[in-house]
Design a protein. Structure first.
Length: 196
């Protein structure tokens, strides 16, 4: 076999091998069907509630839907009344009060009128009471949020209220905070905290 013939055989063999490899790869690769992605929003009835659970609880937070509003009550599970100075030259710091945050959020996609949509009774929007966390525990603090300042909520608008629990009525121990709205089912939301 001449040298020229050997080169041609090698060249043809190389091309055949390359062609076979390309053919094999094109047959082995399968194209996955296109994935359908919906760009449509979740169906929500106009003016209806948002697609959130009616109630939920996590450390330091409770929430429940009451009519067109959702109520959130936030308070740390454990609170230290005094903080010791890091250096011996610093004075200990004592809390003057414990803030308890209550948020009322419009849980619908429409405007909510406090007078017409909430059927409020009395002069309060909600009342907050704190008792010792024990059977028949004594009440140590109460707060009534006046409704006079609130007239409407825009869609998804939140209004935040802070009740300041004065340190003078606090001693170490476990406490139960109860928030009763003056609208909806008027059921009480409760959250617990421990003071040390």
């Amino acid at each position: 076999m001449s040298r020229r013939t050997a080169v041609v055989v090698l060249l043809v063999g190389g091309l055949a091998a390359a062609g076979g490899f390309i053919f094999y790869r094109s047959r082995a690769v399968t194209v996955a069907p296109p994935v359908e992605v919906s760009t449509q929003p979740t169906e929500v009835l106009p003016g209806g509630p948002t697609p959130l659970p009616d109630s939920f609880e996590s450390p330091g937070l409770v929430s429940r839907r009451e009519g067109p509003l959702r109520i959130y009550v936030a308070l740390p599970r454990e609170i230290s009344l005094s903080r010791h100075g890091e250096n011996s030259g610093q004075q200990d710091q004592t809390l003057a009060s414990v803030p308890i945050v209550v948020v009322l959020e419009n849980d619908t996609y429409k405007k909510v009128d406090a007078a017409g949509d909430l059927s409020l009774t009395g002069d309060a929007l909600f009342t907050l009471t704190i008792t010792r966390d024990a059977p028949d525990g004594p009440e140590v603090f109460s707060h009534s949020e006046p409704r006079a300042e609130v007239s409407t909520w825009q869609p998804a608008e939140r209004k935040t209220f802070t009740a300041s629990w004065p340190a003078a009525s606090i001693s170490p121990g476990a406490y139960l905070v109860s928030v009763r709205p003056a609208f909806g089912t008027r059921q009480t939301l409760q959250i617990r905290t421990s003071i040390r």
